[in-house]
Ligand binder design. Sequence first.
Ligand code: UDP
Length: 366
Amino acid sequence: MSMYDFLIVGSGLFGAVFAHEMKAAGKKCLVLERRDHTGGNVYCEEKESIRIHRYGAHIFHTSDKTVWDYVNRFVEFNNYINSPVANYKGELYNLPFNMNTFARMWGVVTPAEAAAKIAEQRKEAGITDPKNLEEQAISLIGTDIYTKLIKGYTEKQWGRSCTELPAFIIKRLPVRYTFDNNYFNDRYQGIPVGGYNKLIDALLSGIEVRTGVDYNKERAAYQDMAETIVYTGPIDEYFGYTLGNLEYRGLHFETERLEEQNHQGVAVMNYTDRGTPWTRIIEHKHFEFGTQPVTYITREYPADWKPGDEAYYPVNNDKNQALYAKYAELAKKEKNVIFGGRLAEYKYYDMDDVIGRALEVVKGML
Ligand code: UDP
C-alpha cells in the first residue's frame, strides 16, 4: 500500500489544480516543489503592498466559461484589461494592432483606409502563402508595422531572425479594424484580487506540500510513495536528457524601486526597437490599480538559455518538436506517471489552457 494516491511534482497551475481536484475526490496527495515557494511562474512577491510578478507578467484571460467559473470559485478577479503600449524609439503606439495603431502609423482615419494601406504593403511584399513569422506578419499588417513594432521585438525575444520563426507565434496577437486596445480577444480577463498566490494557496489548501525538494534528484526517496506520479517539470530532465535537451528561451529580470507614484502610466510597455536591450518594462502596480506613493518596475531581458537555467518559453521549432515527440513516446511507456503542464508537455501554454487541461485529465481519471 502506498502512502499517497498521487505524488505531484511541481506546484504550478497544473499541479495545484490536479491536487485540488483529487483531494476533493477523496484522494491523498503529496505535492513536491523544488523552489522555496509554490505557484510556479504565477508566483508574486509583495513589496510595499505592490505584488511583483517575479517570473514575468501574468494576465489571466480566457473564453472558456468552465475555466473562468472554476477560478472564480477561489478568487475574485479585478477588471484589469491588458492594453500594452509599444515604444519604438520614443514613438508610442497602441497594441494590439488596431485602428489606434494604424491612425498613429499612417494618419489613416477609417477602417477602409487602414485595410487599403495594409493590402498595398502586402502586395508590394509579394507574399501569397506565408511560410514564417516575417511573411505571416507582413501579410497580416504590412511592412511598416512589421518593421517598427514586430521585427526588433521578436528577434530580441527569440534570439532568432523572424524568417526562422514559426508563424503561429504572431497569430497570438489580434489584428483589429476597431479602436479597441484590449490585447486579448477573450470573453473574460483580469488579475486575481489579492494576487495569484491567493489562488494557488486556495487550490492547495489542506494538501501536504514540501518545498525545496527536487524530485529528479531525490527520486529514490519519493517515487514509491504514491500509486501515481504527476510530473510537471521539464520532460527531458525527467529522462535524464538521454535523447538530448529541449531548448528554451530564457528571461532575465531587473526590478527597481522608484520614488514616484506613476512611472510609465501603463502596466506593460513594449520596447520594439532592436537597440533597446530589454523587450518590455512592467510597472506592476498598474495590474491592480495601485495608488502607493512608490512604484516597482521590472525590465525584462530575453536571454540565451542552457540546461539548468530557469526555463521560460519553449522554442517550438521543427527540431525541438521532433525531439519532444520522442520524449513523449518514452513518457507513454512510463507506467503510472502523468506528464502535464508547460514544461512536461513542452508547450507555449496560456494559464487558462493549463487549468483546462488539468481539469480534463482529472475528469478522465475519475
Ligand atoms: N510581438 C511583437 N511586438 C510586440 C508584442 C508582441 O512583435 O510589441 C510578437 C512577438 O513575436 C511575441 C509574440 O508577438 O513573441 C507573442 O506576444 P505575446 O504578448 O503573446 O507574448 P508573451 O506575453 O507570451 O510573452
